[in-house]
Design a protein around this ligand. Structure first.
Ligand SMILES: [Mg+2]
Length: 467
């Protein structure tokens, strides 16, 4: 009897090894092993003590279980139930993720929307915003939206490249994955590809939106809750003549804005004249920021900072090139006391630490797109706060999804100063959400809907889509 049992055992072990040899073997292992050892123990109990009625009943019960199992799953056939549950692309160390939500579809739309006239900064003059919108759908039919709006000087990728990266490289790594496990998802997206912060941000935002919607909470709540319920916005003034800049600044103040950013470029004299004209137009009870977009060398930046210090600026943003952290620290020391803000110099945590160590800035400028997603941006903000730095948040050319994400994020930390720079509607002529955000009066409530609280307008997507 014992030898018969051992032959039977060997036959079953052959099937176990065959099952383990396949792609889904690791997933089957726990189930098959536990089933087999339970059955083996009960078979031994039945045959080794043949006169025990209790053991016989136990053994017969076991056989009633094992026979249907072997009929459905004979040697040569993989277990269908486990095969269906197995996510694709599973690798060593990954979690199988049974019984959890999974990403079923990743869609990417490239849209080109006209600006409200030409916009000039130190890098370029342009009249169209080319943006990327991502829609991720779970196996439960819940969708999440992500959106990035690349701009020269900040983004290493164009909108076309972001669409291709997400569609061809990231989407295959995402399908079948748990959108809630952001640590694992971001690690997979980062593996084998450095950079692509804009692409990763778009995907991360969509997952954050999706998971928040699945829990029927806002992204503010997902991040721990809002500390404020309304936001003030900062007006945007491009490189233009002193007269036009002054006219625009007066217009923004008249609408209710309490601060504005003036883009710099064209030399110290031209910048001085533009800022002077704006300050005279808005008076002293209005915050002014100036952004050089990395346009000057250290010597010129110091000269500029000293000359415009008289206009009581709230901050001077990125006076020197992105990689010249020591140079920015020197402008901060020798620039006449005007607070310095790092923008292009700040990407990831490592760059923030370099800025902190060099004592190069009083503030940092963060954007969900530039920093690689909502969570990375939040982490960077908290580190900056711990180091005594304040934050300015927002992308001046963000479409509605990105803008809503930045508004919700801004509401979660008191280190973000008033004057949110998520002012896409001031610069872009249309939007791709069904109810565009209204900031025309310089303030708005923090959105409260589930996720980012916005819905994609597919008619607008079709109208502006370029790929
Ligand atoms: Mg900037």
């Amino acid at each position: 009897m014992v030898s018969i049992l051992r032959v039977f055992e060997k036959l079953l072990l052959i099937q176990v090894r065959w099952l383990l040899s396949g792609e889904n073997g690791r997933l089957c292992a726990g189930f098959v092993n536990s089933s087999w050892f339970r059955v083996r123990g009960q078979l031994l109990a039945m045959f080794s003590v043949p006169f025990g009625i209790g053991q016989c009943i136990c053994g017969i019960t076991s056989l009633l279980r094992i026979v249907p199992f072997l009929l459905v799953n004979p040697p040569g056939k993989k277990i269908q139930l486990l095969r269906r549950a197995a996510p694709p692309n599973i690798g060593p160390g990954d979690l199988p993720g049974f019984g959890i939500m999974k990403i079923e579809r990743v869609e990417v739309f490239g849209v080109a929307i006209p600006l409200r006239g030409e916009r000039t900064i130190a890098y370029e003059t342009r009249s169209v915003q080319r943006s990327v919108v991502v829609r991720i759908t779970s196996d439960e039919g819940i969708t999440g939206l992500g959106n990035v709006d690349p701009v020269a000087g900040y983004s290493s990728e164009s909108a076309d490249e972001i669409v291709s990266t997400i569609r061809e490289e990231f989407a295959p790594k995402l399908v079948g994955r748990d959108p809630a496990n952001m640590n694992l998802l971001l690690a997979r997206l980062a593996s084998g590809s450095t950079g692509f912060l804009d692409s990763r941000a778009a995907v991360e935002m969509a997952c954050v939106d999706l998971v928040s919607r699945s829990r029927n909470i806002s992204v503010s709540e997902y991040l721990g809750g809002a500390v404020k319920d309304s936001l003030l916005f900062n007006a945007w003034i491009g490189i233009s003549s002193p007269e036009q800049a002054a006219s625009e600044a007066a217009m923004w103040k008249g609408r209710g804005f309490r601060s504005a950013k003036i883009k710099l470029g064209g030399g110290v004299k031209a910048d001085y004249d533009r800022i002077k004209a704006v300050r005279e137009a808005v008076g002293s009870d209005f915050y002014l920021r100036a952004d050089a977009n990395a346009g000057y060398d250290v010597r010129t930046a110091i000269e500029l900072a000293r000359s415009i210090a008289v206009f009581d600026l709230q901050l001077l943003e990125q006076p020197v090139s992105a990689h010249d952290i020591e140079g920015m620290a020197r402008v901060r020391r020798e620039g006449g006391g005007i607070p310095i803000m790092a923008d292009e110099s700040l990407l990831d945590h490592a760059s923030l630490i370099r800025i902190i160590r060099a004592d190069a800035a009083d503030l940092i400028k963060v954007k969900v797109m530039k920093q690689g997603g909502v969570l990375y941006t939040k982490q960077i903000m908290e580190t900056a706060k711990a180091a005594g730095l304040r934050c300015v948040l927002g992308h001046g050319f963000a479409l509605g999804v990105n803008m809503s994400a930045e508004m919700m994020l801004a509401g979660t930390c008191d280190c973000v100063i008033d004057g949110l720079e998520s002012v896409g509607p001031l610069n872009i002529s249309d939007d791709i959400i069904t109810r565009p955000l209204d900031i025309s009066g310089g303030s708005a409530a923090v959105p409260t809907g589930a996720g980012f609280g916005v819905t994609l307008d597919m008619e607008k997507i079709a109208r502006y889509r370029f790929m």
